[in-house]
Design a protein around this ligand. Structure first.
Ligand code: CA
Length: 248
């Protein structure tokens, strides 16, 4: 199939033609620039940061479809960044650049929650191929329905149901619920929700989050006598883990 279309359908609502966004965390500037230029030519939308703390901060934003992460970095090393992101519920695919081809490095990279690794020096063609593979796997994962108890949020038709009951959500409500259901049991701060659902440049009243949480509760929880959306006082909100409910 010479014309095989390598573009896969992303999550519903995503523009199929949109460039995949890749964060490159690499302190060797010449290498970082080389990677950025190369990926840009391949149609990726690339952002580069040169130190670990910036890498962690940008990774947390979940603005990216994939992260290329060096290990030895000023500020915070790649293992710690990866572990922190995973502990915070960030599932963005991570390709780690290991300095040596020792098995120890690779095992540790995977152990911290990286999805793949590449030993330096690497061929650019291989980097691109690995990134495409990660993005394909991720798109398949993102397309899977999110399930918390009998509440199901399905990204492809972008529908919500509780048991057999279909629930109509507005776009904002859907995105807010998705932000919570992607990581059940993980507290998501109001600030993160604002950035994910209303955008990083939103400068309106941050209480809009509470207002919309209220709308959601009236649709997905109250009519069914559930309390799945939990308020974590002073922090944000969390989707309850299902086994809590069946117990009580
Ligand atoms: Ca380095």
């Amino acid at each position: 199939m010479p014309n095989a279309d390598t573009h896969r359908r992303g999550p519903a609502g995503a523009d199929e033609q949109a460039s995949p966004k890749v964060l490159v965390v690499e302190d060797e500037k010449v290498l970082a620039d080389g990677i950025a230029r190369g990926l840009d030519k391949e149609g990726f939308d690339v952002e580069v940061v040169h130190d670990g703390l910036a890498g962690l901060a940008r990774g947390r934003s979940e603005d990216f479809d994939a992260i290329v992460l060096d290990i030895m970095l000023p500020g915070m090393n790649g293992y710690r960044i990866c572990r922190n992101l995973r502990e915070e519920g960030v599932t963005t695919p991570i390709l780690m650049l290991t300095a040596k081809s020792g098995e120890y490095d690779e095992a540790e990279a995977l152990d911290t929650g990286a999805d793949d690794f590449l030993s330096k020096p690497f061929s650019f063609v291989v980097l691109v191929a690995r990134l495409h593979a990660l993005l394909r796997r991720s798109a398949d994962g993102m397309a899977q329905p999110m399930v918390v108890g009998d509440l199901v949020l399905d990204p492809l038709p972008r529908t919500c149901r509780r048991g057999d009951v279909q629930i109509d959500l507005t776009t904002r409500e859907y995105e807010l619920l998705e932000a919570l259901m992607r990581h059940p049991g993980v507290t998501v701060s109001k600030q993160e929700l604002l950035e994910k659902v209303w955008g990083a440049d939103f400068d309106g009243d941050p209480n809009v989050v509470e207002v919309y949480i209220g709308y959601l509760r009236r649709k997905i929880d109250r009519p069914f006598e559930h309390r799945d959306i939990e308020t974590v006082r002073g922090v944000g909100y969390r989707m309850g883990v299902p086994y809590d409910r069946s117990a009580g």
